[in-house]
Design a protein around this ligand. Structure first.
Ligand code: C2E
Ligand code: MG
Ligand code: MG
Length: 301
């Protein structure tokens, strides 16, 4: 009942009932399982390509966590990340992910694959001095080039004392890693804070990309975000791109890197290797941009 009440926000109450008992037991079981997931080697990373729309090359991949549960199968992150945050397990999961993703990138590069960047998600609850220490250890232990690591953070980090956050981000930058702001536009952070953060990339959230052609408000929001990112000298990554129409709109407005099902879903490492072959997306990009050009021509007629 307490968790239910908390989920409803502050100053709320919920009476305990029998249904809650079942849900509570299930949650307790999941919680116990999650605590053992690392030791039991049940965590898996899938990787989603980020494609440069000019060259057709994969410029980076994002590591996305999955949990291979013995009974429930492959569990997606939305089912366990917030649970991990609630029970104080997110630092352990996050550290495992960081280390594994960096190790994997170094291995791919050693095997001769051309892959410049690995992006790793960081929970706002993970972001503290211990984390910065962990990043520097992982850089050292895995031997990854610091400039190859991109840390993706949501606007949630801006909820804390801004001075502390800026100091932490600067310490991370001093290690040589890149910083990316994820799900941009969905949080509540003020632009004046964000402009003071030492950021490199800006990821435009999928929710704006989905509806741009149905809603003029979303379309103008996307163009505004792109313009803002450019004026702040940030590299723009558009995520959740599924259709040609979305691709055309985004590239026409200056988003240079695209991540989405249009190119690939997040893949297990063995399947990713196939896509890392040089020129894998070149033909698709050529076809797409040919259509983009035709669309532009008809627009201006
Ligand atoms: P995110 O960081 O914004 O990751 C992008 C999500 O959008 C991924 O979902 C990806 O599979 C999905 N996506 C990408 N392109 C498309 C598309 O074209 N269409 C659709 N429908 N979806 C697309 P996923 O893997 O389920 O991850 C969801 C969220 O879980 C992530 O959002 C991130 O916030 C969180 N997450 C994943 N791994 C980690 C992790 O290691 N640590 C932390 N703290 N959070 C993680
Ligand atoms: Mg992300
Ligand atoms: Mg995102």
């Amino acid at each position: 009942a307490m968790y239910r009440a908390k989920a409803q926000g502050k100053n709320s109450y919920v009476y305990y009932d029998a249904d809650m008992h079942a849900a509570g037991m299930e949650r307790l079981k999941l919680e116990g399982d999650l605590r053992k997931a690392i030791a039991r080697d049940e965590l898996v990373l899938h990787y989603q390509p980020q494609v440069d729309t000019v060259t057709g090359d994969i410029v980076g991949v994002e590591a996305l966590l999955r949990w291979q549960h013995p009974e429930h199968g492959l569990v997606p992150p939305f089912k366990f990340i917030s649970l991990a945050e609630e029970i104080g397990l997110i630092a352990d999961l996050g550290n495992w992910t960081l280390r594994e993703a960096c190790r994997q990138l170094v291995e791919l590069q050693e095997q001769g694959h051309m892959l410049a960047k690995m992006a790793v998600n960081v929970s706002p609850l993970q972001f503290n001095d211990d984390f910065i220490h962990e990043v520097s250890e992982v850089l050292y232990d895995t031997g990854i080039r610091p400039s190859s690591l991109v840390l993706e953070m949501t606007e949630g980090i801006a909820m804390d004392n801004t001075q502390d956050v800026i100091r932490g981000l600067k310490n991370l930058k001093a290690l040589g890693v890149s910083l990316s702001i994820d799900d941009f536009g969905t949080g509540y952070s003020s632009l004046s804070y964000l402009s003071r953060f030492p950021l490199d990339d800006l990821k435009i959230d999928r929710s704006f990309v989905i509806d741009f052609d149905k809603s003029e408000a979303d379309a103008s929001l996307v163009t505004a975000i792109i313009a803002m990112g450019k004026s702040m000298n940030l590299q723009l990554v558009a995520e959740g791109v599924e259709t040609k129409a979305q691709y055309d709109f985004l590239t026409r407005n200056g988003a240079s890197v695209i991540q989405g099902y249009l190119f690939s879903k997040p893949l297990p490492i063995d399947e990713l290797r196939e896509l890392l072959k040089p020129g894998y997306f070149t033909q698709q990009i050529n076809e797409l941009s040919g259509q983009g050009l035709r669309a532009l021509k008809t627009d201006t007629r």
